[in-house]
Design a protein. Structure first.
Length: 119
């Protein structure tokens, strides 16, 4: 249902853009977001965006990361700038999806994409 891409290796101060595409028998998508899990850490929120375009960020990332979505394409993106070694993590996309076959929204996760920031 969710396919994430765009991860890779980058040097400190560099940029990457992650993409996540939702597919399947989708009637509606509510919140879409990005989470990450660094080495030895728990999964944490990076940013989310509602269907109307409002956004929410983790404090440590709000000045460097930008989340945006294309509702027509059923995609969400994460533009990451000024990357730091502590941003190294597997990044997961998440979406609350209402399928045609369902009467309520369910949470779906992408497979994760690895971002490595080296000095």
């Amino acid at each position: 249902q969710l396919q994430a891409s765009g991860g890779g290796s980058v040097q400190v101060g560099g940029s990457l853009r992650l993409s996540c595409a939702a597919s399947g028998s989708i009637f509606s998508i509510n919140h879409m977001g990005w989470y990450r899990q660094g080495p030895g850490k728990q999964r944490e929120l990076v940013a989310t965006t509602a269907s109307g375009g409002s956004t929410d960020y983790a404090d440590s990332m709000k000045d460097r990361f930008t989340i945006f979505r294309d509702n027509a394409k059923k995609m969400v993106y994460l533009q990451m700038d000024s990357l730091r070694p502590e941003d190294t993590a597997v990044y997961y996309c998440n979406a609350k999806i209402l399928a045609y076959s369902s009467s309520e929204y369910s949470s779906y996760w992408g497979q994760g994409t690895l971002v490595t920031v080296s000095s």
